[in-house]
Design a protein around this ligand. Structure first.
Ligand code: NAP
Ligand code: ZN
Length: 355
């Protein structure tokens, strides 16, 4: 077993602190990854603070992992020492159900095993990427193309795939009008990806403060949702709306921005229910849908798409000691547009790799 440095939350009410986590011995299908960068997703904050229900503590979050392979198990065929790789929100699934066989492990009927806070096959609780190393079965490790720097690639492992998957599923492309609600970590990837797919892209943000960034990222239009005129002006305007907001919104008001037959896909995951007025759906044969990350095959496809189009996350690299401040800034919508932790800073001041 390997004991490696990490940052973990001791409880829902306390800040994250330097800590260690235990990684299992390398199994024959396992890959040992030296983590270089770990993104901070709003889901990390929801989870450690208990928004989604009770957790087992201490808990090290982090599911936007980019690093380099430093060892492989005897039966590993898809990765080799020195490879640049990523790990996202899942580290295993049953591999046998219809979802897994379809390459949609995120919808595993038995339940996928999350990168942190999930009970693993051996009964232990998984610990995430806010650490120096991780051991993952090879099928849940993806290749990061050479042209993508590891720091800007890390957020693609969650923010990238979570927006890429619904854009593809609902057919974003030339001739489609896509709106993105919230210009945060997921939202800024949704804008770049939808633009690269050829869609006409509109940002719906609380204010116009980030308008220049939104347009630079590829948006064609940018509106403030704090202005009630926005809702009157844009009624019936979109084929697809991706809601990335981490809080409860008036979904019915946004549904009315869809054209007849349009779909609003919720990827934002507030802990509380999102009420919907049935008439907002009925009067325009509109759909209200949800989408969860993406499968491993699609995650690789997304990384290759980003490499092909020169896309990556807009990041602010921080040291491990700044994680708690970064959390407060994410909660205040003061993120441009993803915090990424330099994993070398987990090593400072605590125990090294044993094993
Ligand atoms: P984020 O960086 O904090 O971005 C969320 C954005 O939503 C903010 O930047 C802000 O954008 C807007 N917003 C925040 N609070 C708001 C409020 N009260 N009213 C209106 N708008 C508000 O978060 P993220 O990392 O992108 O994650 C977003 C959500 O997606 C989280 O709930 C997360 O758990 C969830 N998520 C879901 C999946 C999935 O598989 N479905 C995967 C990853 C994350 P503006 O300043 O532009 O308004
Ligand atoms: Zn995430």
């Amino acid at each position: 077993m390997l004991t490696v440095n990490a940052y973990a939350a001791p409880s829902a009410a306390e800040p994250l602190v330097p800590s260690t986590v235990v990684r299992r011995d390398l199994g024959e299908h396992d890959v040992l990854i030296e983590i270089k960068f770990a993104g901070i997703c709003h889901s990390d904050i929801h989870t450690v603070r208990g928004d989604w229900g009770p957790q087992q503590y201490p808990l090290a979050p982090g599911h936007e992992i980019a690093g380099v392979v430093t060892a492989v198990g005897s039966a590993v065929t898809s990765h080799a020492v020195g490879d640049r790789v990523g790990v996202g929100c899942m580290v295993n699934s049953c591999g046998e159900c219809t979802s897994c066989l379809a390459g949609e492990e995120q919808y595993c009927l038995v339940g996928n095993i999350g990168t942190y806070g999930s009970v693993d096959r051996d009964g232990t609780v998984t610990q995430g990427g806010y650490s120096t190393h991780v051991v993952v079965t090879e099928n849940f490790v993806v290749r990061i193309p050479e042209s993508l720097a590891l720091d800007v690639a890390a957020p693609l492992l969650c923010a990238g795939i979570t927006t890429y998957s619904p854009l593809r599923h609902w057919g974003a492309g030339p001739g489609t009008r896509v709106a993105v609600i919230g210009l945060g970590g997921l939202g800024h990837m949704a804008v770049q990806l939808a633009h690269a797919m050829g869609a006409e892209v509109t940002v719906l943000s609380q204010t116009l403060n980030k308008r220049d960034d939104g347009l630079r990222l590829g948006a064609d239009h940018y509106y403030a949702t704090s202005d009630p005129e926005t809702f009157a002006q844009l009624a019936g305007s979109f084929d697809l709306i991706i809601n990335t907001v981490s809080a409860v919104l008036d979904i019915s008001a946004y549904l009315m921005l869809l054209a007849i037959g349009g779909t609003l896909v919720n990827v934002g995951a507030p802990g509380e229910p999102l009420p919907v007025n049935a008439f907002a759906l009925i009067t325009g044969r509109r759909s209200f849908a949800g989408s969860c990350i993406g499968g491993i095959r699609e995650t690789q496809e997304m990384l290759d798409f980003c490499a092909e189009h020169g896309l990556g996350a807009q990041i602010e690299v921080i040291e491990a000691s700044q994680i708690n401040q970064a959390y407060e800034r994410v909660l205040a919508s003061d993120v441009r547009y993803r915090f990424v932790i330099d994993a070398a800073t987990f090593a400072e001041g605590a125990a090294g790799l044993e094993g």
